[in-house]
Design a protein around this ligand. Structure first.
Ligand SMILES: Cc1cc2nc3c(=O)[nH]c(=O)nc-3n(C[C@H](O)[C@H](O)[C@H](O)COP(=O)(O)OP(=O)(O)OC[C@H]3O[C@@H](n4cnc5c(N)ncnc54)[C@H](O)[C@@H]3O)c2cc1C
Length: 180
């Protein structure tokens, strides 16, 4: 069930939103992660994770699992029949991960989702943010459930721009929801 209050609302459980959720979990920051889709896309999208990205992902605790599922390529070539047009050697990269990691994006997302679950987190699916309305002390997000029927759930959550409101009452804001 969608929590009534949150400090941070993450709209979208793609790789970016899920990575942010893992970071916030590890930092102990209260947040809610929503996505309008019933499940992650299974389509062909990103197929490569580069060394720099793997280093960035290391603190999130997903690199080992990604590594188990992926194909690691140290050499990459583009050829025109027998002629090599381009040859790239990743084995000499000054990185702990001197290779191209080949992994379909849906599997990357699956690993991120498993990590969120292991941290006790939830991806609230079929929840679409439809509008964000900012006022003096925060923002109000309205959303709707797409399935099985369109239902206005009213105000999804409200959080405070605490740093822009010196002296303002912060942390938790009343949330009004209806129709769930
Ligand atoms: C055909 C194709 C091929 C690609 N090939 C490559 C590639 O080879 N290499 C590469 O690096 N990248 C590739 N990409 C790009 C890669 O897929 C994106 O960079 C990556 O998915 C971006 O991640 P993201 O989390 O920022 O956004 P997304 O993956 O787009 O995730 C956004 C999420 O937000 C949700 N959402 C959106 N609006 C709302 C809302 N209002 N309320 C609730 N949820 C919402 C969506 O349902 C979605 O799950 C490709 C993309 C496509 C489409």
């Amino acid at each position: 069930m969608l929590p009534d209050t949150t400090e941070v609302l993450i709209i979208g459980a793609g790789p970016t939103g899920m990575a942010l959720s893992i970071v916030l979990h590890r930092a102990g920051v209260d947040h809610v992660l929503i996505d309008k889709l019933a499940q992650g896309l299974q389509t062909s999208r990103a197929g490569v994770i580069h060394a720099q990205t793997l280093e960035t992902l290391e603190p999130l605790g997903v690199t080992q699992r990604l590594s188990e599922l992926a194909l690691k390529l140290q050499n990459f070539a583009i050829r025109d029949r027998n002629r090599a047009l381009l040859k790239l050697d990743f084995s000499k990269l000054p990185s702990k991960h001197p290779y191209l990691m080949m992994l379909p994006q849906n599997l990357t997302e699956q690993v991120f989702a498993e990590r969120i679950a292991a941290l006790g987190g939830v991806i609230h699916r079929m929840v679409e943010a439809k509008a964000v309305i900012q006022d003096a002390d925060g923002a109000r997000v309205t959303g709707g459930r797409e399935w099985p029927r369109e239902t206005d759930i009213g105000t999804l959550c409200r959080w405070c721009r605490r740093h822009e409101q010196p002296g303002a009452q912060v942390d938790r804001h009343r949330v009004r929801r209806r129709g769930l």
